[in-house]
Design a binder for this molecule. Sequence first.
Ligand SMILES: [Zn+2]
Length: 215
Amino acid sequence: MQPVKYGGAVAAIVQAYNARPENEKVAAYWSADAVTPVRKVIKDHYIADQQQLCCYCRHQLETNNNAVWDGEHIIARETKPQFLFEPLNLSVSCKDCNVPKGTKNVLKNKDRKTFPIKSTDYIIVHPHFDEYDDHILWFGPVVAAASSDSDKGSTTIELCDLTRYGKRCGNLKGEVFDQRFRNRIGELLMSRDQGDATEVLAELALQIKKLPEKK
Ligand SMILES: [Zn+2]
């Protein structure tokens, strides 16, 4: 993903904010009228760069309409207003991912003062620093965490409520999407040979058996 670049009048607004003393950097400034042109540059850039895909659920909103998209602060602006215009802290997301994510912590070290620029600094899949497909897999509306060295997939699924698509369409209850299933489906996809896959499938079948029968 390409970080947004600021030019002209927009760059001046960003620079003026960044030059403020730390205690005068406030999250609410994002919504100020003076910031409208900055928000537009940011949203237009990431909507195009992400090809109209939400950075967390990867579902497409087929519109460039700024009002439909949320300008997403990966580290919530309420918790770290000093990163309000940091290009690497910005993306666009759908509202249904952004609302559950809210102001939840996404950092390994939430007390950190400088801007974290490494994938390993984050506990979620980072739109700039991670490859989405390494961590999260979609099977139609069903989501699974890919087997990987980190729990980023599972944490993102939880924080952004990504199981909502599957729940909606299958009219299913929570159990189907519990942690064991997510991990197993991830393992299934990463199986190196038929033996591995058969083993995972057998475990999945066992877990399915434990679920209540369909009413
Ligand atoms: Zn989304």
